[in-house]
Design a protein around this ligand. Structure first.
Ligand code: ZN
Length: 504
């Protein structure tokens, strides 16, 4: 290593680590805003967060950073793109190139429109009036196409937008994978609905005191390995997992004393995200080698702990006796009925309430619609009708209004185009990783039945968490499983589980 390169690399890392300090401070402020902050604090908090965002952006586009990267990118240090140093240089270069390609005026316009868009969406949704949202949606689409043009793309502008959430993924590949999933899934959903079996969902709507739910949720999160010495669980409106630093991971949930599943499975889900964050190498915090790969990979971790583990029969063989100790209302419930209830499949209108099986169809609908809008094949004005048509086609239900239809999610109003598919990619990665973990570790079911979750967590740490951004999502799938991402492992797990549950 030459002395000049050595110095440039040290400066680069120091710069990135300082930026991470600002970003983690912003993370703490955002967590506080959504959990503890009194309402009157909101106005100044928005200024604090906007100030930090501006400082972070300045640092990420600093000319000095460009000079270090220019020196390092073609040097011997970056020759092995997957080495520790090669990863840091490659990923910081990628980030710098993306950030500096966007004109400052467009960045400001995008962020103003996102704030305004969310306000107008919220009003339009309350009034169930799509026409109030349509103009700002048109403007957002126009800006997102400008953003894609500035960033550059080979096949479709959607590629450039998808890249923000699922780096290096291609729209064409995502489209093929999700279409194959759709073709396998729709007949299965029809079979389940046609089976005539309906679990007793009312079991989960009995009395579940909130203090007991909190204690039980913490117990479960700790059982799967979440370290409460390096994290917390608090209450919010829309559950999320935040980070305030490498050893400070914030889980959040919401409680309803007449709903067992809502809080419990969101805690497991967010704990899955939290386990990924806690598994990143602490000494690399602030560098790409200490950061998560993509939203799809992040979601694969949360979904695996929530679904493959948390909705399995064997998990509840271990946890159900503990649940019965905590909740009197489960005293007369057999495990079989409880297991059927937490795995009820029912085509429904609302994505966030959807079951494990139909969830991906909600995502497919959004992916197909947003892709068509970005490619200018679907006009904003025609969105509500297109939405209804797809719900009828894939789920055999039609929303009675736009509030529960095209106005349902916040994402598009906030300019988040390209985000939705990462939820389904997460499910598919979870299925593929879980299949391989099961093959590598032997009898996962037997381990869960005994409450042993550490072997799976160690496997995830070693194969995924530990690498930071050394590999892209697609490379991880290939390295770990020897195959590119496919819907097959996830679908066969689902088919097996639900054929048994619904007697197919
Ligand atoms: Zn998630």
């Amino acid at each position: 290593m030459s002395a000049t390169l050595d110095a440039a690399y040290a400066s680069l890392c120091g710069h990135a680590r300082e930026t991470a300090k600002l970003a983690s401070i912003a993370g703490l402020l955002e967590w506080d805003e959504r959990t503890k902050m009194p309402p009157a604090g909101g106005e100044y908090r928005a200024e604090q967060i906007a100030y930090l965002a501006g400082e972070i952006h300045k640092r990420q586009t600093a000319p000095q950073l460009g000079e270090w990267l220019a020196q390092l990118a073609d040097s011997s240090l970056a020759a092995d793109r997957h080495s520790e140093i090669g990863t840091v240089i490659r990923q910081l270069r990628r980030q710098y190139d993306k950030k500096t390609r966007l004109p400052q005026k467009l960045v400001e316009e995008l962020s103003r429109t996102a704030v305004l868009g969310q306000q107008m969406w919220s009003e339009a949704r309350k009034a169930d009036d799509f026409s109030r949202f349509q103009p700002i949606l048109e403007k957002t689409l126009d800006l997102k196409r400008q953003e894609a043009a500035a960033l550059g793309y080979e096949e479709t502008p959607y590629d450039a937008l998808l890249d923000d959430y699922e780096p290096e993924a291609r729209t064409s590949e995502v489209r093929n994978t999700l279409a194959a999933l759709r073709d396998a899934l729709t007949p299965l959903v029809e079979q389940i609905v046609g089976s005539g079996r309906r679990p007793d969902g009312a079991i989960l709507k009995r009395e579940f005191p909130i203090a007991a739910q909190e204690a039980f949720g913490q117990q479960a999160a700790a059982a799967i390995g979440f370290d409460f010495n390096a994290g917390r669980l608090d209450v919010t409106d829309h559950p999320f997992c935040g980070s305030a630093g490498p050893r400070d991971i914030r889980l959040t949930t919401r409680y309803n004393q007449h709903d067992f599943g809502d809080a419990f499975f969101s805690i497991l889900h967010e704990a899955g995200h939290g386990l990924y964050e806690q598994g990143l190498p602490t000494e690399h915090f602030g560098l790409p080698t200490g950061e998560t790969v993509s939203l799809g990979i992040h979601e694969s971790q949360s979904r695996m702990w929530e679904n493959q583990v948390g909705r399995s029969w064997v998990f509840w063989e271990f946890m159900f006796p503990k649940a019965r100790q905590k909740f009197l209302s489960l005293g007369d419930v057999p495990l079989e009925s409880f297991y059927a209830a937490i795995n009820e499949v029912q085509p429904s209108l609302i994505r966030v309430d959807a079951d494990e099986v139909t969830y991906n169809l909600h995502i497919l609908i959004r992916f197909e619609l947003e892709l068509a809008m970005i490619e200018d094949q679907l006009q904003a004005a025609d969105l509500p009708a297109a939405w209804r048509e797809k719900y009828q086609h894939y789920l055999s239900i039609t929303p009675p209004n736009d509030a529960d239809g095209a106005l349902q999610d916040v994402h598009w109003s906030a300019g988040l185009f390209g985000y939705f598919p990462t939820y389904s990619l997460g499910n598919l990665y979870a299925g593929q990783f879980f299949e391989k973990a099961n093959a590598d570790l032997g009898d996962l079911a037997g381990q869960f039945r005994r409450g042993e979750f550490q072997p799976l967590l160690d496997w995830l740490r070693q194969n995924i968490h530990h690498h930071g951004q050394r590999w892209s999502a697609a490379e991880l799938a290939m390295n770990i499983t020897g195959k590119p991402l496919s819907h097959t492992p996830w679908f066969s797990q689902i088919q097996h589980k639900y054929s048994e549950l619904y007697g197919l």
